[in-house]
Design a protein around this ligand. Sequence first.
Ligand code: NAD
Length: 306
Amino acid sequence: MAEQLRYDGQVVVVTGAGGGLGKAYATFFASRGASVVVNDLGASSKGEGNNSRAADVVVNEIEAAGGKAVANYDSVEDGDKIIDTAIKAFGRIDILINNAGILRDVSFKNMKDQDWDLIFKVHVKGSYKCARAAWPYFRKQKYGRVINTASAAGLFGNFGQANYSAAKLAMVGFTETLAKEGAKYNIISNVIAPVAASRMTETIMPPDVLALMKPEWVVPLVAVLVHKNNTSENGSIFEVGGGHVAKLRWERSGGQLLKCDESYTPSAVLKKWDQAIDFSNPQYPSGPNDFLTLLEESMKMGPNEQ
Ligand code: NAD
C-alpha cells in the first residue's frame, strides 16, 4: 500500500475556505498534520457583503478534530494580510491554494463594468496578491507550492460567463509563468479546473448530479500536486471532479511557413490554409515558437503561390 501523504510542520493558506472546495482543502490538510489559515471574506456568491462566521465555523471544526487552524477574514485583494496571518500565527508559509471565487453571470449583451471588474478583482488580482506576498518566503526557504483555480468556462468558454471565463483563463497564463520563475527555487505551481457541488453549482445542476460531485473528490489531486514529493508537475493544467482526473496541454498544428516578401498576401495564406491548420503532425509547445529560426528559413524560400 502506498504511504499516506502528510504535511506535518507545513503551513497551508487556503483562500475562500469557508465553504465548498476551500473548506474541503482546509479540513483535509489539517487532518494530515498541516497548520492551516482558513481565509474567507464571507461574501455572497456574487461577491456582496462580508461575514466572519464562514471562516470561524471551519476553524472550529478543524480544532474540534484536533487540528491547527486560524481564521482570516480579509478579501483576497488584500492578500498580503492573509499571508501575514500565516507568518504571525505559524511563522511560515509552504503551500498557497488560491481558491476564493465569485460569479457575476450575465449575457455579454447585458454585462456591466462592475460585473467585469469585480470578477477580475477577486480571481485575478486576489490570486496575484496572495502569491506575490508568499513569494519572498518561498524563495528564501527554497520551497513553495501553489495551486491556482481556473475553470472549464475559462478553458472552453461558457454562455453568460465572458467575465469569469476571461479571468479563469488568466489563471493558466499566471500559473505557467510562476512555474517558470519558481522552478529554480523549488516553487511549484499548477492550475486546476475543478467541478464540484457547492453553492456555485447547486442552482445550475440537478441534485442527483450534485451528489456525484463532492468537493472532497477534488482534494486528492490537489494533495498530490502540493506535496513535497511532487517535483515533476509544474505549470500543468488539470481537470478534476466527479472522480475524474485529466491533464490538458496546448496543441499547435504543424503550421505552414511562407516567404516573407511582397508575395506574402492574403491569397498566399488562403492557398496554404489547409496545411496551416493541419493537426496531423502536431506540436505540444510549452513556449512560443522560435520565430528567428522560422524567419531565417522563410528568407531562403522562393516567392509564395497566389
Ligand atoms: P463557493 O462559493 O462555495 O466558495 C468560494 C468561497 O470564496 C466562498 O466561501 C466565499 O465567501 C469566498 N470568497 C469570495 N470572495 C472572496 C474574497 N474576495 N476574499 C476571500 N474569500 C472570498 O464556491 P466553490 O465552488 O467552492 O469555488 C471555489 C473555486 O473553484 C472558485 O475559484 C471557483 O471559481 C472555482 N470553480 C468551481 C467550480 C465548481 O464546480 N464548484 C467549477 C469551476 C471553478
